[in-house]
Ligand binder design. Structure first.
Ligand code: F6P
Length: 487
């Protein structure tokens, strides 16, 4: 199989390259080893009529990386608009933050169609396409409209919310219908898969039998593939990183003080405000922990042009400054707050230095920081993971200290417990979590998905009759089914 992997953000594989998200870090080793072609955005835009998409292509291990300049006229409406101001808040159950317009939806579909045309260049008879994430919900339908008959799969890195929440996204029915052009749709958790199945049933009137939905596109398999990391490689990175200047400087600055670490994109789904309030509460409830334990919070800015992100940046900065002002001393800063990104080589060392990892999103597809924190620990003296029960990772890492990110008092108490947990309990919990990481590696995720993609295509057959049976699809058929309107 000649695999073409597609995602909005890509990684060039430089160890010092700051990583702003789990997806790019996860896909990198897979592309490097499997020899796949990875196609994504160059981060640049290009004016004019993009009949011939411009791609910069370079080698990436045994594979290749093709970076496309996306169309200037539609980039804002696609990325800041529909993808990150309509879909992202909905997928993270924040319907109050949904901002959507038909112009943005049009741009989103245009960029999906543009990407489909660009992918034709990489198509071979034995190709399979694996599309990643919410930026490209309609890409499968666009590929089918161009006559692509090869296997096309999709993996959603975010949660899929309840029907009530997703229905706050304009054109959601049309998008869900377009998604059925995929042979296989993968989710992080059973709950996401079940929510999607319920949407297909209620919005389109189509039932899933044995995880398979039949539509006029053919059969679509819905399945769960929790994404992992390479724990062995991450552990090696962490032990090597101890001599990294930035890691040594952090260690020297601690003077025996304990450290908790949080590493997130600056995003409202990550629970930064409640986390900082929890530390504030902890230092108030346990004054003995002042000077004895501090927080290093790395919050990498992203999507800064979107109002909700700008507001969050100001809110978090103000809160950190307020907490530092109240609890700080002339020679002690409770929260070190950094608005920049770090490469994985440094992050691995920072994780290993911290006695507690705090990963407390309000909602998260998986959260690979949680997995990386665990893998980075020293087996002889591991740190403790404090993990939100609303992160996909909590399904596997149930030996972490699980918290409710809405409960600030509860988080404050749990972080204090983590900071003083005895070695035997830390080791027991850590071993249990490492067992899970070893049995669910990113390599396994890749193999499971691509095997299932291949199998699902083998038994795919068009089921033209099904659409006729479904009254819920009638309005869609007359307005727009799949990609037709955009060509
Ligand atoms: O699953 C969500 C995701 O694709 C992550 O991999 C990453 O955290 C984020 O979204 C990417 O954000 P952006 O590319 O907009 O900075």
């Amino acid at each position: 199989m000649n695999l073409v992997v597609v995602s909005n953000r890509v990684s060039r594989g430089k160890p010092s390259e700051p990583m702003t998200g789990g997806l790019a870090a996860a896909l990198l080793p897979i592309v490097e080893k499997s020899g796949a072609i990875w196609v994504g955005s160059s981060g640049r835009v290009r004016d004019g009529n993009q009949k011939e998409p411009f791609a910069e292509i370079e080698a990436l291990g045994a594979g290749a990386l093709a970076m496309l300049d996306l169309p200037a006229a539609h980039y804002g409406g696609y990325y800041e608009g529909f993808a990150n101001s309509a879909l992202w808040p909905a997928l993270h159950s924040r319907p109050d933050l949904i901002r959507a317009s038909q112009e943005d939806y049009h741009s989103y579909r245009e960029v999906n169609a543009f990407m489909a045309r660009a992918l034709l260049r990489f198509r071979k008879s034995d190709s399979a396409f694996w599309i990643q994430d919410y930026h490209f919900l309609a890409l499968g339908a666009e590929l089918r409209a161009l006559g692509v008959a090869q296997p096309v799969g999709f993996f959603l890195h975010t949660p899929w919310p309840t029907r009530a929440v997703i229905s706050g996204v304009p054109n959601h029915r049309e998008l869900i219908e377009a998604m059925l052009a995929y042979d296989l749709i993968g989710f992080q958790t059973e709950e996401d898969c079940e929510n999607f199945r319920a949407c297909v049933q209620s919005d389109l009137g189509l039932a899933a039998h044995g995880g398979i939905v039949r539509s006029h596109h053919g059969r679509t398999r819905l399945s769960v593939f929790p994404i992992g990391i390479d724990p062995q490689q991450f552990a090696q990175l962490a032990s090597k990183a101890s001599t990294h200047p930035e890691v040594s400087r952090l260690r020297r600055s601690l003077n025996g003080e304990k450290l908790a670490i949080g590493v997130d994109r600056l995003d409202y789904s990550k629970g930064l405000v409640n986390r900082i309030k929890a530390f504030d509460r902890m230092w108030s409830l346990h004054p003995s922990l002042a000077r004895a334990a501090s927080l290093l919070q790395i919050a990498t800015p992203s999507r800064g042009a979107i109002e909700a992100y700008g507001n969050l940046q100001s809110e978090v900065a103000k809160l950190v400054s307020d907490v530092n002002g109240r609890h700080g001393e002339v020679d002690w800063t409770p929260i070190r707050y950094l608005n920049k990104g770090y490469g994985q080589a440094v992050l691995a060392g920072l994780y290993r230095t911290a006695q507690v990892g705090v990963v407390t999103p309000m909602q998260d597809g998986m959260n690979l920081v949680a997995k990386e924190y665990v893998a980075a620990q020293s087996p002889a003296d591991p740190g403790v993971l404090v993990l939100s029960k609303f992160a996909g990772a909590a399904n596997e890492l149930d030996a972490a200290l699980l918290v409710n990110p809405h409960d600030i008092d509860g988080m404050a108490r749990t972080i204090a417990v983590a900071l003083s947990m005895p070695l035997t309990e830390r080791r027991m919990r850590w071993e249990a979590m490492m067992d899970k990481l070893r049995s669910g590696t990113v390599q396994q995720w890749f193999a499971d998905f691509t095997d299932a993609l291949w199998d699902s295509r083998l038994d795919r057959e068009p089921a033209e009759a099904v659409i006729a049976e479904s009254p819920a699809l009638a309005p869609l058929r007359s307005v727009n089914t799949g990609a037709a309107r955009y060509h």
